[in-house]
Design a protein around this ligand. Structure first.
Ligand code: ATP
Ligand code: MG
Length: 168
């Protein structure tokens, strides 16, 4: 995933605390459209759920966003529906099918933690959000890789919206 010919520029951002990641996600949320997919990649504790919390809150989700590690999928109502999945514990392809991802994608915006594990079941059009650890405990590197037509037209807007974090 993210390695095909339609892959575009990677936006490299940095945050130095959880509030930074929440703020970045909130800024990004202003650009999303119905049907968008964000694939969240990063080790345990990188900040995928923290990112989703900031993202959902910015879209008017009032309910607390909790890790869907055991439930696999949570659905929140905001200005848009926010589907939050964590496929870390997904056992087999039948379980992946049971999540009915194509149907989820028709409704609101979908974020999938550990989504790279089910790359074959996901559409090419998505934004990959890859969170990795930086030098200090709370430092994170957040690489955003837009892929496909859905994101092409929003590339420069994406760069503008995330300027505060790309220039750090
Ligand atoms: N810059 C930062 N960005 C995000 N989280 C941070 C940052 N600095 C510290 N943290 C802390 O790191 C933790 C991130 O946890 P979170 O549950 O979001 O990770 P995750 O990637 O979803 O892990 P998992 O794979 O277990 O679901 C939180 O405790 C958060 O407060
Ligand atoms: Mg998580």
């Amino acid at each position: 995933m993210g390695m095909d010919a339609t892959n575009m520029a990677t936006l490299r951002c940095r945050t130095s605390n959880v509030e930074g990641t929440v703020g970045l996600a909130a800024a990004l949320a202003q650009l999303v459209e119905e049907g968008d997919l964000l694939v969240l990649t990063g080790d345990l504790g990188a900040g995928k759920t923290a990112f989703t919390q900031g993202f959902a809150k910015a879209l008017g989700v009032a309910a607390p966003v909790t890790s869907p590690t055991f439930t696999l999928a949570n659905r929140y109502e905001g200005d848009l529906v926010v589907n939050h999945l964590d496929v870390y514990r997904l056992e087999d392809t039948q379980e992946a099918r049971d999540l009915a991802i194509p149907e989820l994608l028709e409704d609101g915006v979908t974020l999938i933690e550990w989504g790279e594990r089910i790359a074959a079941a996901l559409p090419n059009d998505h934004l990959a959000v890859c969170i990795s650890f930086g030098d200090r405990d709370d430092d994170r590197l957040i690489a955003l890789q837009p892929t496909g037509e859905r994101w092409r037209s929003r590339l420069s807007a994406l760069g503008d919206a995330l300027e505060d974090w790309t220039s750090l």
